[in-house]
Design a protein around this ligand. Structure first.
Ligand code: HEM
Length: 205
């Protein structure tokens, strides 16, 4: 299948959670607290898509399918898309678009401080994601900025955990999945550096 076709499938898959949410809205299935429900739904969706973004490189290494890298930006942007909805819902319905109240929350509620930091980093990643930005910033600086992709999910999982009143089993499950993704990436990186099991030239890629 060609990359443009796969991109169409990614658009469809990535917009499905939003379509599902709208459907639930029309059917009156957003629970007794729709704002909370939508905040949770969009936050989790942003996080899951971020995890998928982190899986692109390991899939490329495991399968040798280099073209998959051309899909990473689109997938990452959808994570940002849901994080934007997540913030907007909070801002509109919890804070009535009063930005000073958001500022107070950022200053006084640690889980919001962390969520906001993660959001700003996602914004930085999104703004610097076009190819033109790689040229503008230079490869070295661009790569340094894009290391934020490892920080954002960690902050988001802390934000998730801290936002819970009682039961933290679900955020712990997300933390375990993130730990597994990091472990796989680290193992692949180490293997690549040592050049274990592959021709010497490939170890440098
Ligand atoms: C300014 C930025 C952000 C604000 C103001 C914000 C706000 C919130 C609020 C109010 C909640 C619900 C807490 C409750 O249950 O009472 C929440 C939960 C959550 N947020 Fe955020 N958030 C922000 C950024 C992010 C980002 C960037 C992500 C992910 C990439 C994220 C992921 C989540 C997740 C996964 C939950 C928990 C959902 C659940 O309990 O099922 N948030 N956030």
């Amino acid at each position: 299948m060609t990359i443009p076709r796969i991109k169409v499938l990614i658009w469809i898959a990535a917009l499905t959670p939003l379509a599902w949410l709208v459907r639930q809205g029309f059917r009156g299935e957003l629970t007794a607290d729709p704002v909370k429900y939508i905040t949770h739904f969009t936050g989790r969706t942003a996080l899951i898509i971020l995890f998928i973004t982190l899986c692109v490189t390991p899939i490329r290494r495991a399968t040798g399918w280099n073209g998959i890298i051309r899909l990473r930006r689109l997938i990452g942007l959808f994570s940002f898309f849901y994080a934007v909805i997540h913030l907007l819902i909070y801002l509109a319905f919890d804070r009535g678009f009063v930005f000073t109240e958001l500022g107070e929350d950022i200053a006084k509620r640690p889980y919001i401080t962390i969520g906001f930091s993660a959001w700003l980093m996602l914004l930085t990643l999104a703004v610097t994601s076009p190819k033109a930005m790689v040229r503008k910033l230079g490869g070295k600086r661009w790569r340094a900025i894009h290391r934020l992709v490892y920080v954002v999910p960690v902050l988001a999982v802390i934000h998730f955990t801290w936002a819970q009143k009682k039961d933290i089993s679900l955020p712990l499950l997300y933390a375990a999945v993130l730990g597994a993704i990091f472990a796989i990436r680290l193992a692949m990186w180490a293997r690549n550096r040592i050049g274990f099991g592959q021709p010497a030239g490939e170890a440098l890629n």
